[in-house]
Design a protein around this ligand. Structure first.
Ligand SMILES: [Zn+2]
Length: 303
């Protein structure tokens, strides 16, 4: 639990005398409204099977009020939706991750249209381009395989963007070593679809390029890493209405949990570092990041 800001005390409230007996509950209410959302988690992964309910309990105790579980293929998306059906605080994003592009059907669009109808599917993804893990990194892979893989990724990314434009949803974007190509592919859709460049680890200039396309970024536990100064600088420079917070769990646990399994409760540690980098309070950070998530994910009910 973080400290109460001085101004939140009942003595500073002009409409309520300091001696009013109901003053204490109003403090609790002030605190409970400054929660955070984990806008990118993979709750359907087997990593959470053994302690799922306790993991959600720890998230609630840490002030996390919404978790968006991101699909990485159709089965994973369906599992994310099933979790959203069972738990009020969980929402889902449906899509096919670029790293698994080679396993995807040629045409995903009908499946995406179907999943997009679910009331708790708040965006499509994660989709995009990943040039880091290409087939030629494996012994049997060739550069011709790389080219085929890149073409398939680009085709699937375009399909997500098309269905997003049709359905009025936005997209959750994964890019790795492919920044320029990802922006170029998003650009023709930028008047209809916004993207969140998740797990953003780039510099301020690149963040501005994302924002020129009316898109936004989200920050993970990388902001807490010793070698994370670039992204801390980006965090400090981000316009108040253009960024969100996420864990990308089970990956990327923030300090002091680095190297362990990550979970949604750790948005708390991320929020502390982001608030410090921006020179604002956690209450203010809560208000701006939750408002941004509410406008980016139109079906997300604020809480
Ligand atoms: Zn992810």
């Amino acid at each position: 639990m973080y400290g109460l800001p001085v101004a939140a005390g009942p003595r500073d409230c002009p409409t309520r005398p300091a001696t009013a007996p109901e003053a204490a509950p109003s403090i609790a209410l002030t605190l409970s409204t400054s929660g955070f959302y984990d806008t990118h988690a993979h709750l359907d992964y087997p990593d959470f099977k053994a302690d799922f309910d306790q993991m959600l309990e720890r998230a609630r105790a840490a002030g996390i009020t919404r978790i968006i579980s991101i699909g990485t293929d159709l089965d994973s998306s369906r599992r994310a939706i099933a979790l959203a059906d069972r738990h009020e605080m969980i929402y889902a994003v449906a899509g096919w991750h670029p790293s698994h592009a080679h396993e995807a059907p040629d045409d995903l669009r009908d499946a995406l249209r179907g999943l997009a109808k679910h009331p708790k599917v708040v965006a499509l993804g994660e989709t995009g381009l990943d040039y880091h893990w290409l087939p030629s990194r494996k012994p049997a892979g060739t550069t011709a395989d790389d080219e085929r893989h890149k073409l398939k990724q680009a085709d699937l990314f375009r399909q997500h963007l098309e269905v997003a434009a049709e359905t009025g949803l936005n997209v959750v974007i994964h890019q790795r070593d492919s920044f320029d190509d990802t922006l170029a592919q998003l650009k023709p859709f930028a008047d209809r679809v916004r993207g969140v460049f998740h797990c953003f680890g780039e510099n301020v200039e690149r963040m501005r390029q994302v924002m020129q396309l009316n898109s936004l970024v989200s920050f993970t536990g990388i902001v807490t890493f010793k070698n994370g100064q670039t992204v801390r600088d980006t965090t400090a420079a981000a316009p108040a209405d253009r960024f969100m917070l996420e864990t990308d769990c089970p990956y990327l646990a923030p300090v002091p949990y680095r190297g362990k399994r990550c979970e949604p409760a750790f948005v708390k540690e991320i929020s502390e570092v982001v608030a410090q980098a921006r020179g604002c309070s956690r209450e203010e950070l809560s208000a701006i990041t939750c408002a941004t998530a509410g406008s980016f994910f139109p079906k997300l009910r604020q809480g």
